[in-house]
Design a protein around this ligand. Sequence first.
Ligand SMILES: NC(=O)c1ccc[n+]([C@@H]2O[C@H](COP(=O)([O-])OP(=O)(O)OC[C@H]3O[C@@H](n4cnc5c(N)ncnc54)[C@H](OP(=O)(O)O)[C@@H]3O)[C@@H](O)[C@H]2O)c1
Length: 248
Amino acid sequence: MQFRQLLPSPDTVELAQLLAELELGQDGAAQRPLTVANFVASADGRAAFQGRSGALGDDGDQALFKGLRTIVDAVMVGTGTLRAERYGRMISDPDARRRRTERGLAPEPIACIVTRSGAVPTDTPLFQQREARIVVFSPSELDDREASAAVELVRLDPGELTLTTVLRHLRSQLGIGSLLCEGGPTLLGALILERLLDELFLTIAPKLVGGGTSPTISSGPELPEPQPLALRSLLERHGSLFLRYSLR
Ligand SMILES: NC(=O)c1ccc[n+]([C@@H]2O[C@H](COP(=O)([O-])OP(=O)(O)OC[C@H]3O[C@@H](n4cnc5c(N)ncnc54)[C@H](OP(=O)(O)O)[C@@H]3O)[C@@H](O)[C@H]2O)c1
């Protein structure tokens, strides 16, 4: 799929090529994975419409969403998103799984779920995927009796359950070098607050949502100061803007 590149230099680029050239998580000595987030927002700043994000994006946004999954070791998601978006198989395209193994990755990224309440929606289709590997960070037991996926529970005391602890565990115990946060806003807000985010992929969709109660892409406590970002690239396709920022 082709995109118009506006920055760093005007060009026409292939998404597959861009993804193949993205190097994420090469620092073997790091104490946590390189962590990127991918979100779509409406032009008026909302991260969902009627409770879900699908109506905001288009096939370009979907291609980036799926494409980023193909290059990371793990995907992290909060229970709100898991529930709202009814997560299924991480990578359904066999060619994409083959390309991952050719790159030395597992066929599919590990799904990493965090919860404080312990109420994980194990009826989500992802839990029925035999090939899926899921790691749940929770302060309580998990009822995964019906799950076909390989589910690992990492129990942490409520006081210990920070994303800093979670990311260190992913790095040191599971060897995760690159982590993609797919949301939602509560999880992204916590990642930003704990200063764990390295890059933000943000799609601005050419749509307005209006009022309502849908969140913006991050929520939770305000930062002491606004966090500056550096724009690394800007793509355009059918009026959508695809920004790649790194945190300074
Ligand atoms: N536009 C986009 O790109 C995009 C992306 C993702 C989601 N969304 C939308 O966002 C909405 C969901 O928002 P949300 O904020 O509820 O989603 P969320 O961040 O996925 O889920 C929030 C829940 O995740 C758990 N969680 C989050 N941060 C945690 C932390 N630091 N430690 C432990 N647990 C943590 C908690 O689960 P417990 O309650 O179980 O303790 C929390 O209630 C949906 O409408 C979805 O469609 C949009």
